[in-house]
Design a protein around this ligand. Structure first.
Ligand code: PAF
Length: 284
């Protein structure tokens, strides 16, 4: 049975009880509207912790003024049913007032420098400050031993790793594999915004990522690969924010040949912004 907690008193009482029993506590932070990608995070944490808490909170501080905060799908009943089926013990569903008790204007913010200035950070100013601000709060509220974050949000995972290390949060991060539809489209709550024609086009992102990987493995210089990936998506009808080749720390690769790479894309179809990435080695 998944219990729903909407007050800090209930959340803390449950977590304290588990701790007294010597149990390990895992956290899956989410913004709700849960799908198989989120459920797989719950199962991943379940395998590494005795009790699983999933937070469901649409976080206003990570949305820009022209973004979809108001429209973001909110489906709490279906979320709790899905969490229950996935084996979650507690759904933490705080209100905005509880999460930001001093109000948004007076909220203490967490800012990670450097890595948040590029890619999604450049296209969505303030986004990662909002993510870190809420994830730090969730870590303080739940005090988990482990917490899972999806690899689809590659930059988010890198930013949270940086924050956890620098602020010495006593939590182990579990990166979770990207969950894809049969046609390769990465699962995302925003996929449901896509009109039928856009949904047909959307898997081209994954195909472009595969083509970029193959071109790099075939020896094409990385800047040419970026230009080719972006042009391919634009020709398919996307407005491309970026199509890039990076090292795992999101630096430009330079001239070295081998090593680990990630190709990342953010592109819009109509009003829907999709992100995806592919990690691979050039050494194979
Ligand atoms: O990845 C998300 O769903 C959100 O950015 C997160 C980590 C739950 C913070 O609001």
């Amino acid at each position: 049975m998944t219990e729903v907690a909407t007050t800090l008193e209930v959340l803390r009482a449950r977590v304290a009880g588990w701790r007294r029993e010597g149990l390990r506590v895992g956290l899956v932070p989410t913004m709700g509207n849960l799908h198989e990608g989120h459920h797989s995070l719950v199962r991943l944490v379940r395998a590494r912790a005795d009790r699983v808490v999933a937070s469901v909170f649409v976080n206003p501080t990570q949305f820009g003024p022209d973004e979809d905060y108001a429209q973001y799908p909110r489906t709490p009943e279906a979320d709790v049913a899905g969490l229950e089926a996935a084996g979650c013990d507690l759904a933490w569903m705080p209100s905005v007032e509880l999460m930001y008790p001093l109000g948004l204007a007076r909220a203490v913010r967490v800012q990670v420098p450097g890595i948040t200035d590029v890619l999604d950070g450049a296209h969505r100013p303030g986004h990662f400050d909002g993510v870190c601000t809420v994830v730090a709060r969730l870590f303080n509220q739940v005090q988990p031993d482990v917490a899972a974050f999806g690899r689809k949000d590659y930059q988010q995972l890198a930013v949270i790793r940086h924050m956890v290390r620098d602020l010495a949060f006593p939590v182990e991060l579990l990166p979770a594999p990207i969950v894809r539809e049969a046609d390769g489209l990465a699962r995302s709550s925003r996929n449901q915004y896509l009109a039928a024609g856009e949904r047909t086009l959307a898997p081209s992102i994954h195909r472009s990522l595969l083509a970029m990987r193959d071109a790099l493995r075939g020896g094409m210089p990385w800047r040419e690969v970026e230009a080719f990936g972006g042009a391919q998506l634009a020709a398919a009808g996307f407005q491309v924010d970026y199509a890039v080749v990076r090292t795992p720390l999101l630096a430009e690769p330079g001239s070295e040949q081998g090593g680990e790479r990630v190709v990342l894309v953010a592109a819009r179809l109509g009003r829907t912004r999709l992100i995806d990435n592919l990690e691979f080695s050039l050494d194979a």
